[in-house]
Design a protein around this ligand. Structure first.
Ligand code: Z5A
Length: 203
């Protein structure tokens, strides 16, 4: 099974992943955890460029760098792991590109479809979207010492991203699940873990 986690700034994906890792390990359920950008060696180099706030990157360049990262990720990690019947959870994937580069940066969704669809990338079985009011997410993220190139964007950028994700959830109710991440960490974990277990039992 292929699961993706999505969310905007400070929504709590990393926190949730730590709890899921612990739970699956304890219960001997095999999952491979991965992320975008930066899961492969080549992707690490691309991630450094993408997050470096000292560099100005055109939105189209940004998109192609993210797609280069994704192609390496899919061919070197996602496809081989799924082929071994090992479940995969990726922290961010295709929906991030539509949300951040599409709704956020303003690249048309038709254009993104034209460059992404021919790549025939695997489609996630389920996507958990951690939803949080933008101001709350930014407040949580502000605790960090150093903001990256995305985190420096203004609130409207993140509002467009949130609206896009919520719309996606309405359009894809069988794949896309909204998790209210204003709830406490334990509750977010319980809801997410139960959704994943239900889906695992179905398959
Ligand atoms: N990006 C893109 O533009 N297009 C693409 O196609 C792809 C990615 C694939 C990668 O950033 C950036 O790449 C991302 C989009 C872009 N940038 N943004 N924004 P990243 O990998 O460095 O980070 P991130 O994905 O944005 O996640 P994050 O910033 O690390 O946040 P998080 O993992 O969702 O949150 P967290 O670290 O778990 O929690 C933040 C704080 O909140 C922390 O202090 C927690 O203790 C606290 N927290 C967590 N959960 C709770 C609850 N439930 N209650 C209270 N406090 C909580």
């Amino acid at each position: 099974m292929f699961i993706t986690l999505e969310g905007s700034e400070g929504a709590g994906k990393s926190t949730l992943i730590d709890s899921l890792k612990e739970y699956f390990k304890k219960n001997k359920i095999e999952f491979h955890f991965t992320r975008e950008p930066g899961a492969t060696k080549e992707g690490q180099i691309l991630r450094e460029i993408l997050l470096n706030k000292a560099i100005e990157i055109d939105p189209y360049t940004e998109t192609f760098l993210l797609l280069a990262d994704r192609l390496q990720h899919v061919s070197k990690i996602i496809i081989p792991t799924l082929a071994e019947n090992i479940n995969v959870i990726s922290d961010r994937y295709i929906d991030s590109t539509y949300a951040y580069q599409g709704a956020g940066r303003g690249i048309s969704l038709e254009y993104l479809d034209q460059i992404i669809k021919p790549l025939n990338l695997p489609v996630p079985d389920i996507t958990l979207y951690l939803d949080l009011p933008v101001e709350e997410g930014l407040k949580r993220a502000k605790h960090r010492d150093d903001l990256d190139r995305f985190e420096e964007e203004d609130i409207k950028f993140f509002e467009r991203i949130r609206s896009f994700y919520l719309e996606q959830a309405k359009k894809n109710p069988n794949r896309f699940f909204i998790i209210d991440s204003s709830k406490d960490k334990e509750e977010v974990f319980e809801i997410s873990k139960n959704l994943i277990l239900d889906k695992l039992n179905e398959t």
